[in-house]
Design a protein around this ligand. Structure first.
Ligand code: EPU
Length: 356
């Protein structure tokens, strides 16, 4: 384990802004995790786990602690090479991934085996270990419904734990890992319980339209999702962005009535069960005057030409410019609709009051 100093973080994020990490270490094996955490604690430093950097906004000051860069790989569908999981449901479609695996490689591995459950999550940038943190979801699927266990180093108890899905506190784009237990766990491995030979899920209208005869193969659904995401520039490397910059707000009946009173014509919406009515933030943003392809007058920031929900770094942007644009969007949506948009990416290294 080698601790590096003053490491640039911008190039390790998809948005490409922000300063340096004071200390930085690559985690290649589980044994590195307690060692790195102990080093940071001995030096009284905060730690931050960096995955693919695809949902992250780093401040221009950088981070004055130790960044743990997750590089523990491996995709397993048997326990042969995995001493930590003797009694897994072999043959029941449990796929285990090291936290440092590319998420899309995990999806591809599930699809290649003919195991259903995560095919709609194709093409999402980032690493497998990050998926439980924000309960990644798209096109009608959420990882929460596939996850069976999360293995992690528990900093509070100084021990390895295996958390069942029910103990992860999953909700829309959230879990205990980004809510009350933020910074407590370092996730090293995630198990997904898939359905061998199961049918693909094509509940999402945009996807269903592509398969009018129903019952497509998993591979065809994966290709369709990749194609849809490509059309929205939401695949890794298409634009410098952190994907969706805001969560889709879930409105109460009263908030919905208030919105409907301010809008002429239909309002797009997603079903959000008992929670309320979920409205696309991208639509609110466009209605509030920020169109796809918007360019700020200064600061090198704008919105993706393909999707109003993605703030993009067009030209050597700084984090302050990203925050400035995000705040202007929040103000415009609030003024027009009385709805407060919440940022979706993790924000690192900001002083109090500086972040979105
Ligand atoms: N829309 C606009 N303008 C746009 C784009 C979209 O008005 O520029 C409206 C349209 O009415 C469209 C609706 O927004 O029908 C929804 O758009 P889209 O299907 O692209 O989904 P989204 O709500 O923007 C969510 C997730 C994505 C996920 C997609 C697909 C959130 C915050 N975002 O985006 O997840 O890939 O659905 O299921 O929940 C992420 O969370 O970072 C993420 C990328």
């Amino acid at each position: 384990m080698q601790i590096q100093e003053h490491v640039e973080l911008a190039e390790r994020t998809t948005l490409g802004v922000g300063g340096r990490a004071r200390y930085f270490v690559e985690l290649k094996a589980e044994a590195d995790v307690p060692a790195a955490v102990a080093w940071a604690e001995a030096h009284d430093l905060p730690v931050f786990v960096l995955g693919g950097g695809s949902n992250l906004l780093v401040s221009d000051h950088g981070f004055a602690g130790l960044v743990l860069h997750m590089a523990i790989g491996g995709i397993y569908d048997s326990c042969d090479s995995c001493e930590s999981c003797e009694s897994r449901e072999l043959g029941e479609g449990v796929l285990e991934a090291g936290a440092g695996e590319l998420w899309d490689d995990v999806v591809a591995a599930g699809v290649a085996r003919g195991w259903a459950g995560i095919e709609c999550l194709s093409g999402i940038p980032g690493l497998a270990g990050a998926t439980p943190v924000q309960n990644v979801g798209a096109y009608g699927q959420e990882v929460a419904s596939a996850i069976t266990r999360v293995r992690a180093w528990d900093r509070a108890q100084s021990e390895w734990v295996e958390l069942e899905a029910g103990a992860c506190g999953f909700q829309y784009r959230s879990s205990r890992f980004n809510q009350m237990d933020r910074e407590r766990f370092v996730i090293t491995r995630v198990g997904f319980k898939l359905r061998p030979g199961g049918a693909a899920e094509i509940g999402y209208p945009e996807l269903r339209r592509r398969f009018p005869d129903g019952a497509p193969a998993l591979g065809a659904v994966r290709e369709a999702v990749l194609d849809i995401r490509r059309g929205k520039a939401m695949l890794a490397g298409q634009v410098r962005s952190a994907g969706s910059f805001f969560k889709n707000p879930v409105l109460s009946a009263g908030e919905w009535a208030n919105l409907a009173a301010r809008v002429e014509g239909p309002i797009p919406q997603f079903a959000a069960g008992r929670a309320g009515i979920k409205v696309p933030a991208a639509w609110l943003i466009e209605q509030a005057g920020f169109s796809k392809g918007y360019r700020a007058l200064a600061g090198g920031v704008g919105l993706s030409p393909q999707h109003a929900l993605a703030i993009v770094n067009r030209d050597h942007a700084r984090a302050t410019a990203v925050v400035g644009l995000a705040r202007r969007i929040q103000l415009a949506v609030d003024a027009r609709f009385g709805i407060r948009l919440e940022p979706e990416p993790v924000q690192l290294g900001f002083h109090p009051g500086e972040e979105v």
